[in-house]
Design a protein around this ligand. Structure first.
Ligand code: PMP
Length: 426
């Protein structure tokens, strides 16, 4: 038994599945999760001292790599003054101003503590502002675990085979309509059949919780047009894409404006932060200026704000990072596709920006059906073999591979060498 196995047995006695978030339990890959001791730059080290090149990056936040000195310093400096006041601090305004300056079309921000909270609150705001109740989401997209979003959800819900969670009242689930990603007709049909009742269409502008599936040309533009036509708000859930595809996220990358945008992950620099944002007119509908209630004891926490501010400041001042990480991901995808041509393992590699996925399917993956055609057992075998080679990937097919600024050319090269050995073996 290695140390992770011992620690996992202990954890399972006091936490469901031994974890605080399901995918971490490694159930989809049939092994014991690695317990982590530390992480620095592109590397993560387990409790037995084994080091891996990390492509999870805490599921997205660590775009600059782990333990970035500026971020750690900001946290250390801030915590000396106290951990939480439950009262306003200047850092909240600073971070909100920075977010507004980086992201197109937003004038006001409300900080929360997770992506789940950001989406839950944005959806409530959309309902409050339109006076309508129904929401359209896409099958296989994941927007956190609030009741109305756990309908045909992706990520861990999909991996666990429970895209519709137990415990969500039928009355709430029935207000969430599901359309097909990259299929505008499916959206229009729902809007037409529920004319005057749909508050918002919420979408991951790049689907990244069914594995990575980029939007088809015209899809996001089409959503914008349909929302305008039917009086629904368009919500971009940028918990993954925000500050990752570009400084201004998917809105900047694709040139399409949303009415409300949700953030998580990168905005907190590794601390628990989420946010939702939009025009002044919409955001002033939120309490205390408006009737849509939303609150949080630890929201805007000074240490969390400091970490987010440090990370976003670097991204804002170094836009060349975006070209670097996209080029790294393009190079990785190209090499992985070359391995597929060489070894014919039936893989499809999707990549956009610094996000990529290897699907174990022969067909192109442009929608949820394509993603689901992937052989998850083969992904699990690939995952286990890559881990043995020192490459730390997401322990489930329906997730993304995150490339960051800390991945060097050598790291990428070693990753491809590992994949080459694994592809031969598989
Ligand atoms: N939206 C998207 C697009 C996500 O990927 C996630 C989490 N991976 C969430 C919302 C939920 O965020 P959190 O886990 O911070 O609650």
């Amino acid at each position: 038994m290695d140390t992770s196995e011992r620690m996992f047995a202990e954890a399972c006695a006091v936490m469901p599945g031994g974890v605080n978030s399901p995918v971490r339990a490694y159930r989809a890959v049939g092994m014991t999760p690695r317990f982590i001791r530390s992480a620095k730059g592109a590397y993560i080290t387990d409790v037995d001292g084994v080091e891996y090149i990390d492509y999870v990056g805490s599921w997205g936040p660590m775009i600059l790599g782990h333990s970035h000195p500026d971020v750690l310093q900001a946290v250390a400096d801030t915590m000396k003054d106290g951990l939480s006041f439950g009262a306003p601090t200047g850092r909240e305004t600073e971070l909100a101003k920075l977010v507004c300056s980086m992201v197109p079309g937003i004038e006001m921000v409300r900080m929360v503590n997770s992506g789940t909270e950001a989406v839950m609150s944005a959806v409530r705001l959309a309902r409050g502002a339109t006076g309508r109740d129904k929401i359209i989401k896409f099958e296989g997209c994941y927007h956190g675990h609030s009741d109305s979003m756990l309908v045909k959800a992706g990520s861990g819900a999909l991996t666990a085979g429970r895209p519709d969670s137990a415990g969500v009242p039928a009355a709430i689930a029935s207000g969430t309509l599901t359309a097909q990603y990259n299929n505008l007709d499916s959206v229009e049909a729902l809007l037409r059949a529920n004319d005057g009742e749909v508050a918002a269409v919420i979408v991951e502008p790049v689907a990244a919780n069914m594995g990575v599936v980029p939007p088809a040309p015209g899809f996001l533009e089409g959503l914008r047009r349909l929302c305008d036509q039917y009086g629904a708000l368009l919500i971009f859930d940028e918990v993954i894409t925000g500050f990752r595809l570009a400084r201004g996220g998917a809105q900047e990358y694709f040139g399409v404006r949303a009415d409300l945008v949700t953030f998580g992950k990168i905005i907190g620099g590794g601390m628990p932060v989420g946010a939702f944002a939009g025009s002044k007119k919409l955001m002033e509908q939120v309490a205390p200026t408006g009737p849509v209630y939303q609150a949080g004891t630890l929201s805007g926490n000074p240490v969390a704000m400091a970490a987010g501010l440090a990370q976003l400041t670097i991204l804002n001042e170094h836009p060349e990072i975006y070209m670097q990480i996209e080029n790294s991901a393009i190079w990785l995808a190209t090499q992985l596709r070359a391995l597929e041509e060489q070894y014919h393992k039936g893989c499809t590699v999707n990549q956009i920006g610094s996000l990529l996925s290897v699907f174990f399917t022969d067909r192109p993956v442009t929608d949820f059906a394509g993603a689901k055609s992937s052989d998850t057992e083969r992904y699990a075998a690939y995952f286990r073999a890559m881990l043995k080679q020192g490459i730390y990937l997401a322990p489930a097919q329906f997730e993304a591979m995150f490339v960051g600024a800390a991945h060097t050319k050598d790291d990428l090269m070693n990753t491809v060498l590992a994949a080459s050995r694994v592809m031969q073996e598989l």
